[in-house]
Design a protein around this ligand. Structure first.
Ligand code: SF4
Length: 385
């Protein structure tokens, strides 16, 4: 056992890197063999990406079905107390115009989700721990639940909340107010890498403890990582997948690391076309392998993927992902929620997003699951023990 991560030590892989037995590697990867995971992530044969996508698609259809689940994504505040070194809305970025949506704007966005048939809403904001903010979020959750009940959704919209690290008591309050899923990305399962992309006050151990508190509060637990960080190896990424499995998370949202020029990590960075293509390939392999290993979880095709490649989200949907999150943030506020440069969908109003995303999903040949919360089967199985 590695004391810093809590992950079991990496077993010696029984597979030498040069051996071509794809199926054998897949089986070893399913058994959390780090060597097999790393070999599949780094295999220079370009056909490996398509093979992994096909295997992931087969696993997804068997375990969670072929329907794509929608969550309207509402970025309701960009005020944040944290200072993550990669993030465009970090506290220290004085160039950002800060906003917090009013209750009326939040409820209008929630009603739009109902009308569009999304079934679920993801409420996301920067991290604040002051009492006024916590109370505001609790009241929003209660109001959304009350106002969105109807024939199509007798229990109202399903709500995923993502407002960072909070105390166990606050997580319990959010759960009781009506949120039933919570997203808290670990960003990397490597404590060393985590320390390099956060200021000293933001500790890996605290993030890990918060993830456990989210689970203890009763939430379906979502997490995720960034792919393509400087110094990140395929062994780190293999450990990320092992982390998801060992933590038993229910939902995963992974995306490429995309730099923001007004951050310590992103300043002066530029990616060549080759680097973008490699990053896309690695991200798609991570999504496919995560599906193959974790099987019955929900996996998002993220906006960051579409920013990296015009068809990034569709390719993720063809290789293991089953959730998309059309943005429902009012257009006037969207430019204020740029965690990275060049974010896709900044100029489209929610109605345009609904048409665009539905067309994109139709292009993949997958049906849409309308008016459902779309929970991961993994959660129900986890609760049964
Ligand atoms: S990543 Fe989240 S917690 Fe970190 S600075 Fe950005 S909004 Fe705040």
């Amino acid at each position: 056992m590695d004391a810093s991560t809590g992950l079991p030590g990496r077993p010696e892989s029984s597979l030498s890197p040069g051996r071509p037995e794809f199926t054998e590697r897949m089986e070893a990867a399913r058994a959390l063999d780090a060597g097999a995971l790393a070999a599949l992530l780094s295999d220079p044969d370009p056909r490996t990406t398509a093979r992994l996508a096909a295997a992931a698609d087969e696993t997804m259809r068997a375990e969670v079905g072929d329907a794509v689940r929608f969550r309207g994504l509402l970025e309701f505040s960009n005020v944040c107390r944290a200072d993550c070194l990669y993030c465009g809305i970090r506290r220290s970025n004085g160039t950002v115009h800060r906003y917090t949506l009013s209750r009326d704007d939040v409820l209008a966005a929630a009603r739009h989700c109902v009308e569009a048939g999304y079934g679920s809403l993801t409420l996301q904001a920067g991290e604040r721990r002051d009492a006024a903010f916590i109370d505001y979020v609790c009241r929003l959750l209660e109001s959304i639940k009350t106002e969105t009940r109807g024939p199509a959704l007798p229990d109202g919209l399903g709500i995923t909340l993502s407002v960072g690290e909070q105390s166990p008591e606050v997580y319990r309050r959010f759960f009781e107010a009506g949120a039933h899923r919570y997203l808290l990305r670990i960003e990397t399962s490597s404590p060393e890498l985590y320390a390099r992309i956060h200021p000293p006050a933001q500790r890996y151990a605290d993030r890990r403890a918060a993830l456990h508190a989210v689970r203890d509060a009763g939430f379906q637990v979502g997490t995720g990582v960034m792919i393509g960080l400087a110094g990140q190896t395929v062994w780190d990424l293999a450990d990320d997948i092992r982390f998801f499995a060992i933590e038993g998370v229910d939902m995963i949202g992974m995306g490429p690391y995309l730099p923001h020029a007004s951050t310590p990590m992103g300043s002066g960075q530029h990616m060549s076309d080759d680097e973008r293509a490699q990053l896309l390939d690695r991200t798609l392999r991570m999504i496919a392998l995560t599906r193959i290993v974790l099987r019955d979880v929900n996996i998002a095709a993220t906006t960051a993927l579409q920013t990296l490649d015009a068809f990034g989200r569709e390719r993720a949907l063809q290789g293991g992902a089953n959730v998309v999150m059309p943005v429902v943030t009012p257009v006037a506020m969207r430019s204020g929620y740029q965690l990275y440069d060049g974010k896709a969908c900044v100029d489209e109003d929610p109605t345009m997003c609904a048409g665009c995303i539905t067309g994109r999903v139709a292009w993949t040949g997958r049906p849409v699951e309308a008016n459902r919360w779309g929970d991961a089967p993994h959660f129900a199985r986890r609760k049964q023990g």
